[in-house]
Ligand binder design. Structure first.
Ligand code: AMP
Ligand code: GLY
Length: 427
């Protein structure tokens, strides 16, 4: 069958890499793709937000399954549009995508269906919000309601920071419409984990657990990024804990969405804080995580296309996922300066050598191919993923591979998966 993947990052390269292995696939396209994806799929120059352009392409080229990577096309309703044209597409409909595109929607679902989460209040006016935080006098989190490319959350221990965040969102309108409504919630303490599941609206299957590293520097220092690395499985998520997360967070949400008349079909990503009193949902994303996907998919043995088709057919109960026992670590190599200003167009060396390395896959994020050479074209450039019999071996193999990649002024964290190591070392 002919498959189209939408997006251009490391997550989409991992999806393309996995989908390309399916025996069901005869031709693979990616819109718009990147320099690495171009080696596995035919890249088409249509942006992920261009719903009409993508529809026209899918109809014109007989696409039999479309897989959506990023959240924006989902929030814009690409699934509804494709389904109106009888095209198969993997991802939630616009109404269900509100679990990510509106934090107020997500929190209200959690509240209504008793999903443990941080206590919160919603505000539509700056003055009320300011009065509230001044009266509370405690550490709080300020969140813009809408999509802000991962920048709309401010964790503020101090009142001054809380006031600044509220003013930035509601007075200076730094996020435009996305900041018309805000949430103020209590700060949760603990270790975070990413729990990804696939649902067809009724049945739910769990992907392997993982953990992301959001800060730019080692030991979780410096500004937040799109994610500097990930590993899977995350030992903090024991079997018992995973069962509890399913029972208390995932299942009530999926059932709640069904009861609301907005059934959830696709990948659901729950950001979970493991607190002293148990797991609490921080947020939902309606797509695969980036870079979690780059650490999860190399471990998946099952044909992902088969899973996606069964999801479409509402027959997910017929699927059982099978996993490699090995651990996987993905280290992101970024352009120096990211997440601030950085240079583009630097030639990348060392990639050919890694192509033949067993148990190493290099996923491209911000790269461009020109005349057979690969150049940087974004902040997060590559994700090097390595498998090992345990997390320690996966770390060693991945960093050995990372050290072979060269371009001017590259930056990566040297401590990806450190929490897992600490946990193992602590016995
Ligand atoms: P979100 O987009 O809601 O996941 O928020 C992004 C990041 O902000 C999360 O991954 C957490 O690290 C942090 N965060 C969000 N909400 C809270 C909270 N209530 N307490 C502590 N940290 C939070
Ligand atoms: N890794 C965080 C995200 O995908 O949103």
């Amino acid at each position: 069958m002919k498959v189209l993947v939408i997006g251009s990052g490391g997550r989409e390269h991992a999806l393309v890499w996995k989908i390309a292995q399916s025996k069901k696939v005869s031709k693979l396209f990616c819109a718009p793709g990147n320099g690495g994806i171009a080696e596995l799929a035919q890249c088409v120059n249509i942006q992920a937000e261009d719903i009409n352009g993508l529809l026209e392409f899918a109809v014109g080229n007989g696409i039999e399954l479309t897989v959506v990577g990023p959240e924006i096309p989902l929030a814009l309703g690409i699934v509804d549009v494709f389904q109106q044209h009888n095209l198969k597409i993997f991802g939630p409909a616009k109404a269900a995508s509100q679990l990510e595109s509106s934090k107020v929607f997500a929190k209200n679902i959690m509240k209504k269906y008793h999903v443990p989460t941080a206590d919160f209040k919603t505000f539509r006016g700056k003055d009320e919000a300011l009065a509230y935080v001044r009266q509370r006098q405690k550490p709080l989190v300020i969140k813009a309601d809408g999509l802000c490319a991962g920048k709309g959350v401010f964790v503020c221990p101090q009142l001054l920071e809380q006031e600044q965040a509220i003013k930035a969102i509601m007075q200076d309108n730094v996020f435009g419409e996305a900041g018309k409504v805000i949430i103020v919630e209590e700060i949760l303490r603990g270790e975070e984990a990413s729990i990804l599941v696939i649902s067809d609206g009724k049945s739910v299957i769990s992907l392997a657990s993982s953990q992301d590293h959001k800060r730019i520097f080692d030991q979780d220092q410096g500004p937040n990024t799109g994610g500097m690395g990930a590993y899977s499985p995350a030992p903090v998520v024991t079997g018992t804990l995973l069962a509890r997360i399913h029972k208390e967070i995932i299942i009530p949400t999926i059932e709640g969405m069904q009861k609301e008349g907005t059934p959830y079909c696709g990948v659901l990503y729950a950001g979970v804080m493991i607190t002293e009193t148990g797991p609490k949902a921080l947020e939902f994303n309606v797509r695969f995580g980036d870079p979690e996907t780059q650490a999860i998919l190399p471990r998946l043995k099952t044909d992902l296309v088969e899973v996606m088709l069964k999801t479409q057919e509402r027959r997910l109960n017929e699927i059982e996922l099978s996993w490699r026992d090995e651990a996987c670590v993905c280290v992101v190599i970024a352009s120096g300066g990211y997440p601030g200003k950085y240079e583009k167009g630097r030639q990348i060396f060392g990639l050919d050598e890694l192509k033949t390395e067993k148990d190493i896959v290099v996923f491209h994020a911000g790269t461009k191919k020109e005349n057979g050479k690969i150049f940087t074209s974004g902040g997060r450039v590559l994700g090097v993923a390595g498998l090992g019999r345990d997390i320690k071996q996966a770390i060693d193999r991945t960093y050995a591979a990372v050290s072979k990649v060269r371009f001017d002024d590259l930056h990566y964290r040297r401590d990806i998966a450190y929490r897992a190591l600490e946990r193992i070392n602590a016995g």
